[in-house]
Structure formats: C-alpha cells, structure tokens
Design a protein around this ligand. Sequence first.
Ligand code: MCA
Ligand code: AMP
Length: 445
Amino acid sequence: MRLLDSLHQAADQERAAVTPEGALSRHELLERACGVAASIAGAPIVAVTATPELSTVVAVTGALLAGVPVVPIPPDAGSLERKHILRDSGAVMLEPSAGSGPVPPEPPASAPALVLYTSGTTGAPKGVVLSRAAIAADLDALAAAWQWTADDTLVHGLPLYHVHGLVLGVLGPLRIGSRLTHTHKPTPIAYASTPGSMYFGVPTVWSRVAADPAAARALAPARLLVSGSAPLPAPVFDGLAALTGQAPVERYGMTETLITVSARAGGDRRPGYVGTPLDGIATRLVDESGTVLPHDGETIGHLQLRGPTLLDGYLHEGGVRPAELVDGWFPTGDVATIGPDGWHRVVGRASTDLIKTGGFRVGAGEVEDALLLHPAVREAAVIGRPDTDLGERITAFVVADPVAPEELIGFVAERLAAHKRPRAVHLVDSLPRNGMGKVQKGLLS
Ligand code: MCA
Ligand code: AMP
C-alpha cells in the first residue's frame, strides 16, 4: 500500500483539504503535488516553511511522492533556529512550483520521509528521521484504535511542523481518506464553528474549549475528541465529558516514536490515563539500574518501548546516527505506571530540563543558550512552572546587568520561536549552585 494511499484515488473530486483560504480536492492536490515532485526529483532533502496553509500540504505531499525527505520549519522560527535547522539538515528551501508531472513510482518503505526538529535537554534541536514505514505503521495502528475511516472529517488547527498536526493531522487523512479541515489556529470558536467527526487538540486547546461552554457544547455531535502531546488535566477531561456528552480519547507519543499508546474509540476512557499500547507496540518499565518492574498499576518506572513506529535515528554530520536503545528498547525519558490491564499513566518526565508548554517540547538549555547571547546576561537558568493554561510556563532566572525582562523575552522570541520565549523573567543576584557549580533548579521558585 502506498504511503498516501487515498490520494491516489485521483478520480475523487471530493474535498480533501480545506483551510480558511480555500479547498483542494484529492485530484487537485495530487496534480499540484506531482508538479512539486517533478521539480525536486533527485534532491537529497528539502525544507518547507510550514505555514498553516494549503501550500504546506501541497509541498509536503509533493516531497513525499518524490521520495525526497522533507524538513518542516516553524513559520515563526527565529533567526538562530532557522539557520540551525537549514545548516544541520543541509536542506534547500522548496520553492513553490506551478508545473506538472507524472505520479512518481512509490519510493521504498524504508526510505526517510520526514526530518522533524525537536528539543533535547541541552543544545540546539535535533533532526529526528522518520521513515515512510514508521509513519504508515503508526497511521494504520491509529486508524484501528480510533475506527478512523474515509467517512470521517478531521478538524484541527495545530501547527504543521510536528507529529501531531502534520503526521496525524495531514498525512493521516491522506492515507486513510478522511477529509481534513484545518482551522488555521486551534481556537474554541474555530472548532465550534467547523463541523467534523474527529477533533484533535493539545491539552491547552481542550482546556480553553472546556472554559467556553457554548463552544464545547457545539462539539457534542462529534464522534471523537482526541487529546495528546501533554498531560490532560483531570478537571479538563471531566469538563469536556460533562459539556460534550463524551469523554476525550487520550493518546501518548513522542516525535521519536510517533504515537504508541492510546485509549480506543470503542473502549474505556479514564482521566489521567493515556490508554494501552497500539497494535505492534510493546512497552515496559525499568528502574535506574535497568531492572524490569512489575505492571501492577502502582510501581513507577522509566517507560521504554519497542515497535515499528520508531525513528531511524538523528541527523548527524551528514548521516543518520541511530538512537541509543537499551537491549532493543527505546528509552522515552518519561516515567509511568502500567496496570495489569495494560493501562498506562504518564507520571512525568525524568528530566526537568524538557519543558512542555502548550503541547510544545522546549529544552531548557536551548532557551538558556539564547538568553546568554544577550550582552546584558551573565548567567541564566530556565524551568517550567506549573500553569493551568499551558501545562508548564517557561520561566527564566537571570543574573544580568540592568535590562527589562520584556527585552529578554522578545530577544528569545526573535531568535528561537514565539512559543520558546520565557513567559516570565526574574532578575536575581545569583543562581543557587551545588559544590560542583551546577545550578540547583529545584531551589528556583
Ligand atoms: C506574544 N507574542 C509574541 C510575543 N508575545 N511573539 C513574539 N514575541 C513576543 N514577546 C505573540 C505570538 O507571536 C502569537 O501571535 C501570540 O502572541 C500568541 O502566542 P502564544 O502566546 O505563544 O500562543 P498561545 O495562545 O499560548 O498558544 C497556545 C496554543 C499553542 C495555540 C495551544 O501552544 C499551540 O499551537 N500548541 C500546539 C503544540 C503542538 O502541536 N504540539 C505537538 C508536538 P499570533 O497568534 O498572531 O501568531 S507534540 C507531538 O508531536 C507528539 C508526537 C504528540 O504526542 O503529539
Ligand atoms: P514531543 O516529541 O514534542 O511530542 O514530546 C513528547 C513528550 O510529550 C513525551 O515524551 C511526553 O513527555 C509528552 N506527552 C505526549 N503525549 C502525552 C500525553 N498524552 N500525556 C502526557 N504526556 C504526553
């Protein structure tokens, strides 16, 4: 089966993708994407500025048809971030093409499809290489879990440069055949005014929907409300259930592994739990020394997993460096419990230096490095503080010459991306350090 199988039903005049600026039928999308494919055939790797528009759908589809790996770049990526992604990946910007071309032969399943840049605890973001086979396996497993079919209309307004908005939110419909309506932004009002059978959101989106009863009630006719990318607070789960008449389906994933655990369309939905492993995925818990822990629903351990949806590796010096596995298992960096019935509860992350804000993963080190580029800043420490809207709020503590916090916030937003900016900057006389000189972030408050 081809990666974007439903797209090849080219006779289908039905609308495939709709955005506030217009709509494309499957036939039109295939035609335009073939033009892109012809214009980049043989290129080693291309980059696309992933604005939430049809042009992004066309460009990514064209690259995938051509078998050219594609790097989506956040449209608001600042100067540093954009330069890093382009230099590190070696990708050339894909220019819009109005040409035409034949449908290329399907590239091998093992070929790389996407390179998604994501933050680690330190340093600049790393390019995660995902194969066509991994994406296909994940979408098929999700289709089975959510009873997702060509009869569905998916609605979301998530960014098109991450797994959630791009892989699930665009490639999903193009493989499965459902229609997609992208609302440009994931606002309660946009979701409420857009008819659909499935809605995707990060917890911040659902929290804002639950706080807007009229918008939430408008989603009652939907078949599935799906939440992921960060923990969904139980009060939001309960609020949505009360207002829409249905509990949200939670699922858990990572850029490196795609989506691996989920509640099922036809099954139980439990607040605080992310479900059971998808078809083909195995999970386990280990302690610090690697000893395998029991699945008793109480023991907390490091979550590891195996399966066909894992990354090929990270881009590194012109090649792909495989991820470090532990006896063949991928260490997620999350801590969790697993019940005897297979239900997973994600307790948190092992490292406090990976922050989840509004569903975006942000490395504390990357924000600290950006702050240190400001001439007034001498030391910087960044943490995620609990926040009812964003989950975590990026908060910076800096030792600096006199400077306005707003200037430092704008400085980071300009160089990285708007969502990586600290929401608060505290100027302090010194940072708490241990005997080794390492900042004791637990003491920052
Ligand atoms: C304000 N703005 C600024 C500044 N202050 N811009 C620059 N400098 C400043 N100092 C502007 C922004 O540009 C933006 O403008 C506006 O303020 C709002 O930005 P912000 O406050 O950051 O937005 P928000 O309202 O807090 O956003 C909430 C959100 C967003 C919409 C929920 O966080 C979001 O889209 N999250 C989705 C994340 C996601 O898709 N994650 C998936 C990765 P303007 O609005 O005009 O542009 S996770 C994943 O892929 C895995 C596999 C998984 O499990 O799913
Ligand atoms: P990213 O690679 O940006 O998708 O970030 C992946 C991380 O998001 C995971 O390692 C988890 O920490 C977190 N995450 C994703 N989905 C969930 C979820 N449903 N519940 C809790 N955390 C989640």
